[in-house]
Design a protein around this ligand. Structure first.
Ligand SMILES: Cc1ncc(COP(=O)(O)O)c(C=O)c1O
Length: 438
């Protein structure tokens, strides 16, 4: 496989070697360093496809790690962005489309009595945590094992710990994270309401917020157990702590109103990004008026030179309008095709030992003996080497997937793409299994 790849991706490899001499690790985000053979270089993207530096056409299920929900280079979206740019790029002041976007989000998102725009999800998570601390006058944050809320110190713990924390000391994601932050964090296994209740019974009067992805998208795409999100809501109400939903992945994907509309549980604060901007850097902080109030009163600051710039706001407004059009036809298409791809892969998975689970617009695949993963520990035990081999075989089949096992489907994918992908996946799975035979 390596030999064929060396030939097939030679230009990409050469670009990577050159990039490594100037860019740290040859990349601009750590997640891109994981590259299936090596970090790939691309020259073009359109619809459900990307073209690499060697000119190979790849069917894309990464959607650029989630954002390109409409598909790449959506013509209407790009026209709207061009029109906005013709009026300037950044006023460092407010403008009409920014208000229109905020009004649309206020109408669509159950918790959004007030909003602020930021540029990335990491900053938006930081802002939500700051707000929760000001309103409650408390410091500690509960986060869950396997959940990722961005790369900043305040939450970069137990992202991928060796096993479940069981309430033990938080494990930093990497070097250089301020150790002192750990004292303000309580890390717990997800979907375990008893663990949350026990932690809150002991520490509730110190806990400013519980932050959670409403679906554990970053590890296994595990859905909340029945009653889990409702239980978090109750426990936060009982202790006066904020419930923060990190909707960076679920937002504008599971439902136009996010996971909070999909599951019918309204958080106090929520953060949105990725799909919201279709690949342009914009994030939103949304919340109940009481929890956003410190920004209005000046008791907490949130800032950003680039926030609310013309291109990003126009991209987000266009994305939301396109997704909402015809009774959310695009989102229904994504759910239908995503569900078909997930189910097709599950049928193949039964033969080849691939576990497949998740709501449909996004889902997860991994090799393990388990039919269903219900907690982070199950995902940590997956056979990562076998999955890497599958990703390599898929790339050679002309299909680009995320090495962590997450799949995203866009509005640009077609039924023919799904059928084609399933045929290629079967060939790739055969190759992986054949390579494992003694
Ligand atoms: C659930 C979740 N929250 C927050 C973030 C951070 O967002 P950003 O990469 O825009 O900083 C991510 C990024 O992957 C994410 O998946």
């Amino acid at each position: 496989m390596e030999g064929i790849a060396a030939e097939r991706f030679a230009a990409s490899r050469a670009w990577h070697e050159r990039a490594r001499r100037v860019l740290a690790g040859g990349v601009s985000s750590q997640f891109r360093a994981a590259g299936v053979f090596h970090p790939m270089h691309y020259v073009r993207a359109e619809g459900a496809r990307v073209w690499d530096a060697d000119g190979s056409e790849l069917l894309d299920y990464t959607l650029s790690q989630g954002p390109c929900i409409l598909g790449h280079s959506h013509p209407e979206l790009l026209t709207r962005v061009e029109a906005a740019l013709a009026r300037g790029q950044l006023y460092a002041g407010q403008h009409e489309e920014e208000v229109l976007l905020a009004e649309a989000l206020q109408r669509l998102l159950p918790c959004a009595e007030r909003l602020r725009f930021a540029s990335t999800g990491s900053e938006a998570a930081q802002a939500c945590i700051r707000l929760a601390r000001v309103v409650t006058g408390r410091q500690r944050i509960i986060k869950f094992d396997g959940h990722y809320h961005g790369w900043l110190d305040s939450v970069a713990f137990n992202v991928a710990p060796p096993g479940n924390s069981a309430g033990g000391p938080p494990v930093p994601w990497c070097g250089g994270i301020a150790e002192s932050v750990a004292a303000d964090l309580i890390c717990l296994p997800w979907n375990d309401l008893d663990a949350v209740r026990q932690a809150m019974a002991r520490h509730g009067n110190e806990v400013a917020a519980i932050i959670t992805e409403p679906v554990m998208c970053n590890q296994g795409c595990i859905e909340p157990a029945p009653g889990f999100l409702e239980g978090l809501r109750e426990v936060c109400d009982a202790h006066g702590s904020a419930l923060i939903f990190d909707e960076i992945i679920t937002g504008f994907r599971l439902d136009i109103g996010g996971a909070q509309a999909y599951f019918g549980v309204t958080p106090d604060l929520a953060l949105f990004g990725k799909a919201l901007g279709s690949g342009f850097p914009i994030a939103a902080i949304a919340g109940r008026a009481r929890w956003i109030a410190p920004l209005e009163a000046g008791a907490a600051y949130h800032a950003g030179t680039m926030n609310g710039n013309n291109a990003c706001v126009a991209a987000a407004l266009a994305t939301v309008e396109i997704l909402e059009r015809d009774d959310c036809a695009a989102l229904r298409h994504i759910a239908k095709l995503g569900g078909a791809l997930r189910d097709g892969l599950a049928r193949l998975g039964a033969k080849y030992g691939l576990r497949v689970q998740g709501p449909g617009p996004m889902f997860h695949t991994g090799f393990s003996g388990l039919k269903r993963a219900t907690e982070y520990r199950h995902i940590a035990a997956d056979d990562r080497a076998a999955y890497q081999a599958f990703c390599r075989a898929m790339l050679l089949q002309g299909v680009r997937v995320i090495e962590r096992g997450l799949w995203y489907v866009s509005a640009a994918h077609t039924e023919a793409d799904i059928a084609d992908t399933l045929a290629r996946a079967e060939t790739a799975l055969e190759a992986v299994v054949a390579a494992q035979r003694p």
